[in-house]
Design a protein around this ligand. Structure first.
Ligand code: UT7
Length: 331
């Protein structure tokens, strides 16, 4: 049975850097508060000319160049995002159009911060079963157009940033390479701890003026509750996925935790008793880019940490839903 290897990664972030200092002009916050509580120093926000699927296209083009693939080598698209260009169709179809791939299937994944790992698990199943041999998996977000940048939304809006990460996945028969295991979870008891209530089809009509007044169109988060779950679920799922393969944390060259908060990553690291050189974070520069955070972080880490063929890499995510998961792969 073939395995799923990463042929190349690509990253696209908007040019516009938004510093903590800039946010202090919009809301009652400070650079010190944001750095101490989250580790974030700056994030990127798109300009009006750039959409979510534009970022995904730019990340995909970079990955295609690096892999030496043509767009037409892609047999299927999996697109993870909570902030698509439009209500429907999903951004997978918009990206299909921009890449010029009529007929190539496009699947949209709605699993927030865990979207990349959910998508990887689907791609892995398709590749192992022989359904497709070359898949584009992309995580992309434009948060900046949907944040409450007043004092009311300051807990959430200082965290999120825009960006996209793409991974070209290919079938390999090399036993020393590829995805070893994925594990996925969700717990719907916590759907409202981190969510955007409106607009939604459960309302009649689904969009109403009061939604602008009562802030239900903005993301809402019970920060401390999310934090507490994140620091236990992520180590738990990493241990579990390692256990399935008979490996241990000592075998990890690198763990890429979803970049939600530097304090969360540090607590996950401590809980798993990992050394500093085994964990990579770049939330300082990009904030929380949700479905894009793992591929963006992995892309930078592979170069920064000199990852070599066969090195063991762990990916772990936790976010809205609650959803969480982990994946293990050999580079
Ligand atoms: O990616 C999806 C998963 N998301 C996460 O994993 C995020 C998890 N949660 C967190 O990262 C943290 O809970 C936050 C960074 C969101 C908040 O940090 P916290 O240490 O939990 O702060 P808090 O919500 O308990 O608020 C502490 C204080 C409050 O003031 P009082 O009530 O103590 O006077 C807040 O009103 O900080 C205040 N505050 C702010 N102050 C300055 C909240 N946001 C801000 C802000 N600037 N931006």
């Amino acid at each position: 049975m073939p395995r799923t290897a990463i042929a190349a990664l690509g990253t696209a972030v908007p040019d516009r850097v938004v510093t903590n200092e800039e946010l202090t002009r919009l809301m009652d916050t400070t650079d010190a508060w944001i750095r101490e509580r989250t580790g974030i120093e700056e994030r990127r926000w798109v300009g009006e000319e750039t959409s979510n699927s534009d970022l995904a296209l730019a990340a995909t083009r970079q990955a295609l160049d690096r892999a030496g693939w043509k767009a037409t080598d892609i047999e299927a698209i999996i697109y993870a995002s909570l902030s698509p260009d439009h209500m429907f169709p999903g951004d997978g179809c918009f990206l299909n159009g921009k890449l010029g791939l009529p007929g190539v299937p496009a699947l949209d994944v709605r699993n927030q911060c865990s979207g990349f790992i959910y998508g990887l698990s689907i791609a892995d199943a398709w590749i192992r079963s022989g359904t497709y041999r070359r898949i584009l998996l992309v995580g992309s977000e434009v948060h900046s157009t949907g944040l409450d940048v007043s004092n009311r939304g300051r807990d959430v809006s200082v965290i999120f940033g825009d960006g996209a990460g793409a991974a070209l996945l290919e079938a390999t028969d090399d036993p020393g390479r590829g995805v070893l295991a994925c594990e996925l979870h969700a717990d719907g008891r916590y759907t409202r701890e981190l969510w955007t209530d409106a607009p939604g089809s459960r309302y009649h009509p689904r969009i109403q003026p009061r939604m602008l007044e009562d802030a239900s169109i903005f993301p809402h988060m019970e920060g401390q509750k999310v934090f507490k779950h994140a620091i236990s679920r992520m180590p738990e799922v990493v241990r579990s996925v390692l256990g399935k393969t008979g490996l241990t944390t000592a075998d990890l060259k690198l763990l890429i935790p979803h970049q939600a908060n530097l304090r969360i990553s540090q607590m996950v690291q401590r809980s798993l008793e990992l050394r500093d050189d085994q964990v990579f974070n770049n939330i300082m520069k990009y904030g929380n880019t949700t479905a894009a955070s793992i591929p963006i972080c992995l892309d930078e880490a592979v170069t920064a940490r000199g990852v070599k063929r066969g090195d063991l890499i762990g990916l772990a995510a936790f976010g809205a839903g609650f959803t969480w998961g982990a994946a293990l792969l050999r580079w």
